[in-house]
Ligand binder design. Structure first.
Ligand SMILES: Nc1nc2c(ncn2[C@@H]2O[C@H](COP(=O)(O)OP(=O)(O)OP(=O)(O)O)[C@@H](O)[C@H]2O)c(=O)[nH]1
Ligand SMILES: [Mg+2]
Length: 292
């Protein structure tokens, strides 16, 4: 995993030391500093303290593997599953600026390059800003993929309905639809998403419809609140964590998995089309805390 720079302090506190009272305090502080949240940090240190006592753990390797084992229990991973032969619809959600549109292009590129899915349709469901439509058209042009779009201000549900109809008519395998991350307020956003959700549900079978939330790794703890809002509004099936190349923290996956049990599918590692990696919990834990 190429998530450089994360967990430096976490790795350091396991190096050449006594696992005394000071260790647990430092561990908690470093976990909080890495965006894992106070709750997870104190639960983790309490669990570790008990395990060290009861199982007479002594070495760095024993302690590290116990901690990673506890975290691995609730970390969730898994790629976005596509239907074998028929259409899958991905609705891409997230607040403004997190990297939704960039992620759509990366996902299209990924599914084509690694899953052999060629017939992909992009849908400009963010009709709130003219620039959003243009941005998706440019990316679609670069990828050689059709982009279904209407004028700025059009009803996003209608655009997405059209996009799905277009995809079904040509026997496409995948629709990836953009959505607006900012409307006039949170209530308007949630209401709009519920409308879009209803339209998609009426058109495609349950298993062929996945709601993909994009979170920005540089947002830190606030991304848990974002995930909660979108999950409550429409239910999130997969998360893509963008901009992992721009932060050395990256611990916010942990409280999100702990609280919401939504899988992280991919990590965004830059602005280029192929800067997308499959999320691997064990590699992630190794890069956070150090390899065994
Ligand atoms: N470094 C880095 N930058 C990224 C990544 N993903 C997206 N970006 C950048 O983040 C900025 C916002 O990306 P967009 O894809 O436009 O985000 P959005 O969520 O569609 O934004 P709105 O449409 O305004 O809501 C752009 O400058 C992207 O190049 C990533 O993984 N790493
Ligand atoms: Mg966008």
């Amino acid at each position: 995993m190429a998530w450089k720079g994360i967990g430096r302090r976490l790795r350091e506190i396991f190096q050449g030391r006594e696992f005394d009272e000071g260790f647990y305090q430092e561990l908690e502080d470093a976990m909080i500093e890495a965006d894992m949240g106070v709750g997870v940090a104190s639960e983790a240190s309490a669990y570790l303290r008990r395990a060290v006592q009861e199982e007479h753990l002594r070495t760095r390797a024993e302690i590290l593997s116990t901690l990673k084992g506890w975290l691995a229990e609730f970390l969730r991973a898994g790629e976005i599953p596509l239907e074998a032969d028929t259409l899958t619809v991905l609705l891409v959600l997230g607040v403004n600026g997190v990297g939704k549109t960039t992620t759509i292009a990366k996902l299209a590129h990924y599914f084509r390059a690694h899953k052999g899915v060629d017939d992909i349709v992009l849908v400009a469901g963010d009709t709130f800003r003219a620039a959003a439509i243009d941005q998706l058209k440019v990316l679609g042009g670069r990828l050689g993929l059709p982009v279904v779009a209407q004028e700025p201000g059009a009803d996003p549900g209608a655009v997405i309905y059209d996009g799905i109809s277009f995809a079904i008519a040509r026997g496409a395998r995948l629709v990836i639809a953009d959505t607006a991350g900012r409307l006039h307020n949170k209530e308007a956003l949630v209401k709009e998403l519920a409308k879009i959700d209803k339209i998609v549900r009426a058109r495609v079978p349950h298993a062929a419809y996945r709601k993909v939330l994009v979170l920005d790794a540089t947002t830190g703890q606030n991304s848990l609140a974002q995930a909660e809002v979108f999950h409550a509004a429409v239910g999130v099936d997969s998360i893509v964590l963008s901009k992992c190349d721009s932060t050395a923290k990256g611990g916010m996956l942990v409280p999100i998995c702990r609280q919401l049990a939504i899988p992280f599918s991919y990590l965004g590692m830059g602005e280029k089309l192929d800067d997308l990696e499959v999320f691997q919990p064990l590699a992630y834990l190794d890069s956070l805390f150090g390899a065994p």
